[in-house]
Each structure stands twice: as C-alpha cells, then as structure tokens.
Design a protein around this ligand. Structure first.
Ligand SMILES: Cc1cc2nc3c(=O)[nH]c(=O)nc-3n(C[C@H](O)[C@H](O)[C@H](O)COP(=O)(O)O)c2cc1C
Length: 265
C-alpha cells in the first residue's frame, strides 16, 4: 500500500490520544476501511496490525493507575511484532502509526498503549504465533462526550500535546540551509506521539538525508522501547517529505542510531 500522504499529513496535525470512549460501535464503513488498512499496510515483514472489531475481553481491565486507563473502547487494534527480527521495534512503530493515522483520517479516536494493557489477553484475542508478541495496542472508537477535561486530569502528563521545538531536536544543516521538504518533514516528526510524551528522537540532517537516533542509551528492558517511538517518528518524517514533494528510502542502522531517510535519486 502506498502512503496516502495528504490524508495522513492532515491526520498528524489533528491526532490526539483519547482514552475514554463513547458507548457507540464503530460505523461499518470505517471498520471495513480499518480492516483493509491493517491487511494492506505491511511495509515490514516483522510487524503487523490486527483489528479486533468486537473484543470479547477488556484487555485494559484491572490495570492500576490513571495513566493508560482506557475505558469503553468498542474496538481495538493489536500491534504484533515478530521478536526474532532485530528491527521489530522500529518496524512496529512505523506500521502502527500508519494504522493510527488512517483511523484519524477516518474520524476515529485512538491512543497508543504500550504499557498498561494485558499482553497475554491481547495475544489471545489477536491470535499471535509463538514467535510474535503484542507490543502495543490502540483502542478505536469515538471520544466520550465532555471527557476532554477528564482526559487532561487523568494524565499525569497534563499537557500531552506539548512538544519540544525543532531547534532542540536537530543537528547538522542550519535551519536556513534546510530545503523546504526537510522543514516539513522535521515539523511532522516533532509532532509524533511517544510513550509518556518522552520525545526521545533526535535528527541529524544533511542536504539529502535525515538520520533518526534515540536520545540516550536504548535499554532493551524498558517497557516501551525507544526504537518503537523512533519508528513512529520515521513514518512522520516520510509523510512530511512526501507532502513536501520528496520520495526517499530508509536504511536501518545500529543502536543508538535507528535509521536514515535518503532522498531517492
Ligand atoms: C509507543 C507508545 C506507548 C504509549 N503508551 C501509553 C500507555 O501505556 N498509556 C497511555 O495512556 N498512553 C500511552 N501513550 C500515549 C502517550 O502518552 C501520548 O502519545 C503522548 O503523551 C503525546 O500525547 P498525544 O498522543 O495526545 O499527542 C503511548 C504512546 C506511544 C507512542
């Protein structure tokens, strides 16, 4: 599936994490479009998304704490990674964010949830293979009316939407030396969601490439890998570049770097 970059670029600007859902089923056409996106958006062999249209179990049930408490979602998507692949985390971030942006474009609310769900229950309902794990999920549905205040109060990270400025994230070419497509790509990357809004991605830019790295040592025991956050930012970089008229390809790199976007010749 080609990246529908205009729709997904708009979605980047609109998307917010929503944790409380109205008791309203997802409309059939939107559900069908989500099912198609989950099947067709498979940019990496090691990551896939599984739509669970009518979850029989509440995988968020019994999870303590306010942060991450999702309630009332009529559907969900499980993000499934093949743990035998060394690129599973960034592949999953990139793939999952495509599904999140497609949902946003369809008028559906979502929230990446990496820590506060039951991976065992999710694995059972998404029917994963022995080499696979559900690394994250998103509820899918419509926001509960009047819950935005509650959303804010619920989150320990009150100003969820706040992001660092590009100047704190980017090294290499100076701002006035960057081509327009690159500015659009970096602005899109800056708006990416990340676990606990930690914004771990850093970008080194030269004339024809953007290299994505993580801000500190990547600890493989962390509940949510920073490489997953970086995979999300990779998709945002590419969408921004495409919206700015530039196609490119990715090379995956070794830790602490994650990947380099190179303008196609
Ligand atoms: C990989 C990942 C994992 C996340 N895990 C959780 C989670 O377990 N619980 C939760 O409430 N939010 C979770 N979030 C949502 C972030 O807190 C949210 O994206 C961030 O605060 C930015 O807010 P925004 O999405 O509204 O822009 C996660 C986000 C990402 C990208």
């Amino acid at each position: 599936m080609q990246i529908p970059f205009n729709a997904w670029h708009d979605a980047i600007l609109k998307r917010r994490s929503i944790r409380q859902y109205a008791a309203k089923p997802v409309e059939a056409a939107a559900l069908e479009a989500m099912r198609r996106a989950c099947t067709e958006f498979r940019p990496f062999p090691s990551a896939r998304a599984v739509l669970v249209a009518d979850p029989t179990e509440d995988i968020f049930r019994g999870i303590p704490g306010g942060y991450g408490k999702v309630s009332g979602a009529p559907a969900l998507v499980a993000f499934v990674g093949n743990m035998e692949s060394p690129d599973v985390q960034e592949a999953l971030g990139y793939t999952g964010e495509g599904i999140i942006l497609e949902a946003t474009a369809l008028g559906l609310a979502t929230c990446w949830v990496g820590g506060f769900f039951s991976p065992k229950r999710a694995a059972a309902i998404a029917q994963v293979a022995p080499s696979e794990r559900v690394l994250a999920v998103t509820p899918v549905g419509y926001p509960k009316e009047g819950s935005s205040l509650q959303e804010r109060a619920m989150s320990r990270f009150g100003r969820n939407w706040q992001r660092r400025p590009v100047s704190e994230l980017v090294t290499g070419l100076k701002d006035n030396e960057r081509p327009d497509w690159m500015k659009t790509a970096l602005e899109a990357a800056r708006l990416a969601p990340s676990a606990m809004n930690r914004q771990p991605w850093r970008f080194h830019v030269d004339r024809n490439s953007i290299t994505v790295s993580a801000d500190s040592v990547l600890n493989p025991t962390m509940v949510v890998s920073k490489r997953l956050d970086c995979g999300i930012a990779m998709l945002h970089v590419e969408i921004g570049a495409l919206a700015g008229g530039v196609r490119g390809t990715w090379d995956l790199l070794k830790t602490p770097q994650v990947a380099r976007f190179k303008v196609a010749a």
